[in-house]
Ligand binder design. Structure first.
Ligand SMILES: *[C@@H]1O[C@H](CO)[C@@H](O)[C@H](O)[C@H]1NC(C)=O
Ligand SMILES: *[C@@H]1O[C@H](CO)[C@@H](O)[C@H](O)[C@H]1NC(C)=O
Ligand SMILES: *[C@@H]1O[C@H](CO)[C@@H](O)[C@H](O)[C@H]1NC(C)=O
Length: 147
């Protein structure tokens, strides 16, 4: 049996709630797959920048290690939110690894590089403390981070 691989979490970016013009109500756009930035536009059609203040959200893996092909739960915890994009990545890499399944209500699996490698919102319903299910790649790929 392969040695367990380390799992950690990095909060890459959380986008605040927008009432602005350009929304992505049915899920993150494919253009966000690598940057993790949705590219919302403000009222002057300028791209909204990421916040620099401390995020009120945390990404909480249900385990600190994984094994090849095993599942790990991961929770997005904090106040109510509407939109998100979540992936598992190798540190310093931008390609998602593994796959998600069992999308909770108001969320969906989405394709970034490979099918079901990312999860996003399915609608603009309020979401709070959602738990997602990630299946590790097989063979294992070393340390991963949820971003
Ligand atoms: C923003 O872009 C939309 C769509 O191209 C356009 O209809 C609108 O007039 C633009 N608004 C401003 C302030 O430039
Ligand atoms: C969600 O998690 C936060 C932080 O742990 C907690 O304060 C809040 O009560 C939780 N909300 C629900 C609906 O469980
Ligand atoms: C998910 O949505 C279905 C259909 O609307 C509903 O029956 C179910 O109770 C919901 N589950 C949760 C955990 O909210």
């Amino acid at each position: 049996m392969a040695a367990p691989q380390v799992v950690s979490a990095v909060l890459f970016l959380v986008v605040s709630l927008f009432t602005g013009c350009e929304g992505f109500g049915s899920g993150a756009p494919s253009g966000a797959c690598t940057t993790m930035q949705p590219g919302h536009l403000d009222s002057n059609n300028a791209t909204v920048s990421a916040q620099t203040s401390t995020s009120p959200y945390s990404i909480v893996p249900g385990a600190t290690t994984y094994t090849a092909g095993g599942t790990v739960s991961v929770e997005i915890r904090g106040p109510v939110f509407r939109g998100f994009l979540l992936q598992a990545r190798r540190p310093g890499m931008t390609t998602p690894v593994g796959s998600f399944s069992d999308a909770p209500n108001n969320t969906k699996l989405t394709t970034c590089t490979t099918a079901a490698s990312s999860m996003t919102h399915a609608n603009t319903e309020a979401k709070e403390n959602i738990t997602l299910t990630w299946t590790a790649p097989s063979p294992a790929v070393g340390n991963v981070q949820f971003v």
